[in-house]
Design a protein around this ligand. Structure first.
Ligand SMILES: [Zn+2]
Length: 478
């Protein structure tokens, strides 16, 4: 009997808490994203033309392939498109990677504006050729239009215009652009080493990552500035299972491929990685959901009550949401024997992990190793780096970016963003506490998919905002 009373009491308390959450949500009306792109045909045309020319230079990067000539061709184009930048700023080129220095009145708070020059290869059938740079239907089309030559055009043009206006920066400004981002190469580290050699410690680094995203969650209208403040780590592990091999006509049980397969099935079934809301993820959901429909506001606006439920629900319904809550594990490459009738002496499986702070590199790798032991599988770490420390949203540098967005894009909600992918900015974290991942251009849900995919494009109307954002950041940094 006592147990029944206890259950009733617990249910009553729960119901009361849900009621409080519902009333709180009803009494707090949904906020509205007010900003919309403002047309400015003359400037759009000029910027779209420059971006178009940049796209036509095929700066595709491949791992372990030297394409320096192609990048030097791109640099020559930059000289033509942005002559004042090249007459006023001091340029350093290191193996195709670029660093420009614009001397300010003070060197106390150096600013780094950066984005990569390289793009991923383009396959498949495109509406407009991937390196055509076509301008049609109010968009610039081609590989790199969205990722991320739009930003490179944006900050070069910003400096070009400021120089033309006779402006001199209060603080030192650096423009930085690697040619190896898409292959995870050592271009950006070379630029960071050069800055270290010069004793430069940036006050703010502004790279790609977040952006102005249209409808970031289903059922949410309008645009949102998603400002990247945390980036997950990444590791590649090689799992190998060994045997004496043999002829496939007399197979024995537990061959290397069978053991690796059992490991994968066990992992997929039990999903052993820990699920938690990082403080930054909580902040992101809370801020964003305030603009969403009732159920978003109820659930994400009251994480004090619904977090345990959402931890169960979200990974089951959305891989994107799951990636925000735990270290992800993807099985990406496999090897076996060389012939169809040979049992391999060794089979391997490559595992790609994206580490989350609450279960970082060591702890996540330990989970894999522990499970691998069960199937007599060896684990080798091929490469790994841990999650990066987050940018403090209470810091002056974050507030600067927030203020600039407020001025350039009035009415646009600013929301911290947790990145599940990697950027070059992580290399700058060694010398800078505020590496903000935010590219000031707009992406629709389709445009998000088109990056690294088919028919990549960007709206011409979003290029003016990009130039204005970079000009305003330089002016704000006093
Ligand atoms: Zn990119």
């Amino acid at each position: 009997m006592l147990i029944v009373y206890l259950i009733i009491a617990v249910l009553a308390v729960l119901l009361l808490l849900v009621l409080i959450a519902v009333v709180k949500t009803v009494l707090t009306p949904a906020k509205k994203s007010e900003w919309r792109p403002v047309p400015d045909p003359e400037r759009e045309q000029l910027y779209a033309q420059k971006l178009s020319e940049m796209i036509r230079c095929e700066t595709v990067s491949y791992k372990d392939v030297d394409r320096r000539e192609k990048f030097l061709e791109f640099h020559r184009l930059l000289e033509i498109l942005f002559p004042l930048v090249h007459s006023k700023l001091e340029k350093t080129e290191i193996d195709g990677n670029l660093l420009y220095f614009w001397k300010g009145k003070s060197s106390e708070k150096p600013l780094v504006l950066m984005s990569h020059q390289d793009v991923v290869p383009a396959e498949g059938e495109w509406i407009h050729g991937p390196f055509s740079g076509d301008i049609a239907d109010g968009k610039v089309w081609g590989r790199g239009s969205g990722d991320i030559k739009c930003n490179v055009m944006g900050f070069f043009q910003a400096v070009e215009e400021l120089i033309a206006e006779g402006y001199e920066p209060d603080q030192d400004v650096y423009l930085s652009s690697s040619c190896t981002e898409e292959v995870g190469g050592d271009g950006c580290p070379k630029l960071v080493n050069e800055l270290k050699r010069r004793g430069v410690r940036p006050y703010l680094v502004c790279d790609e990552g977040g952006a102005i995203v249209e409808s970031p969650l289903k059922g949410m209208d309008g645009y949102y500035a998603m400002v990247g403040i945390l980036e997950k780590g990444m590791g590649n592990l090689k799992l190998s299972a060994k045997s004496n091999g043999g002829h496939s006509s007399t197979p024995s049980k537990n061959s290397p491929i069978a053991r690796l397969s059992k490991f994968v099935c066990d992992f997929e079934k039990h999903q052993p990685m820990a699920i938690e809301f990082e403080p930054e993820v909580k902040e992101m959901f809370k801020k964003l959901s305030a603009y969403g429909p009732f159920h978003y506001r109820l659930l994400f606006g009251n994480l004090w009550l619904f977090a345990p439920l959402l931890k169960k629900l979200l990974p089951a319904i959305s891989p994107d949401a799951a990636a925000l809550l735990r270290t992800t594990v993807a099985f990406t490459m496999q090897t076996g024997s060389e012939a169809s009738n040979v049992i391999p002496q060794e089979a391997t499986l490559t595992v790609n992990l994206r580490y989350i702070p609450h279960q970082g590199l060591e702890a996540s790798n330990a989970v894999i190793s522990e499970m691998a032991k069960k199937y007599d599988v060896d684990v080798e770490v091929l490469s790994a780096y841990d999650a990066m420390p987050p940018v403090n949203t209470g810091s002056d540098a974050y507030h600067l970016v927030e203020s600039v967005i407020g001025e350039v894009f009035p009415g646009l909600p600013v929301c911290p963003y947790v990145m599940t992918g990697g950027t070059d900015a992580r290399f700058y974290q060694e010398i800078c506490d505020a590496c903000i991942r935010f590219g000031p251009v707009t992406y629709s849900p389709d445009q998000m998919i088109s990056m690294h995919g088919l028919n990549e494009n960007i709206d011409c109307s979003s290029l003016t905002g990009a130039v204005d954002f970079y000009k305003t950041v330089i002016r704000y940094n006093t």
